[in-house]
Write a protein that binds this ligand. Structure first.
Ligand code: MN3
Length: 200
């Protein structure tokens, strides 16, 4: 199976001023495209594989050893970025809504959630992601290294923020905390609510 770069669905400049157009263009068109290309190149070595990417990422031990690392890194990169673009799609509510709002309030509210996610993102040494996940029906904040996904934790992502330098360096340079603070302005909470409803 050949994977393709999903369309962004909005203009590179749509998340300005919080996320600049040049970063979006390179992030989507170069970084994400490279993950897709490398994933496809790895899978070409094993045309017998029919499992969908989500299943491979959930159970990496089922992936042939010679391409397991490539699937983990590049398949994870494809999966994580496809998710990331959607939760930043312009429009939608700019604050929590519905069942997810109720659940976030029960965890201590939005400000507390932001603090936890930002701390997870700042605390991730090197490259990775900070996530709000649902596992066994419960919400929690975690971070993953590199392109590791919540799927391998047996969890589903509600929110995820890319803390690789390529996600913010042009505009924020080394200031990951400033990027994380600004990033909340582009979160589409209607998409998160839909993620939560399907994950529960
Ligand atoms: Mn990235």
């Amino acid at each position: 199976m050949k994977y393709e770069l999903p369309a962004l669905g909005y203009d590179f400049a749509a998340l300005e001023p919080h996320i600049d157009a040049q970063t979006m263009q390179i992030h989507h068109g170069k970084h994400h495209q490279a993950y897709v290309n490398n994933l496809n190149a790895a899978l070409e070595k094993h045309p017998e594989i029919t499992m969908p990417l989500e299943q491979m990422l959930h159970d990496l031990s089922a992936v042939p050893e010679d391409i397991r690392g490539a699937v983990r890194n590049n398949g994870g990169g494809h999966y994580n970025h496809a998710f990331f673009w959607k939760i930043m799609a312009p429009g939608g509510s700019n604050q929590p809504v519905g069942e997810l709002k109720t659940a976030i309030d029960a965890m201590g509210g939005l400000e507390s959630l932001k603090e936890k996610v930002n701390a997870a993102g700042v605390g991730r040494f090197g490259s990775g992601w900070a996530w709000l996940i649902v596992k066994d029906g419960a919400l929690s904040v975690v971070s993953t290294a590199n392109q590791d996904t919540p799927l391998e934790l047996g969890a589903k992502a509600i929110l995820g923020v890319d803390v690789w330098e390529h996600a913010y360096y042009l505009k924020y340079q080394n200031l990951r905390p400033k990027y994380l603070e600004a990033w909340w302005n582009v979160v589409n909470w209607d998409v998160l609510e839909a993620n939560y409803k399907s994950a529960k």
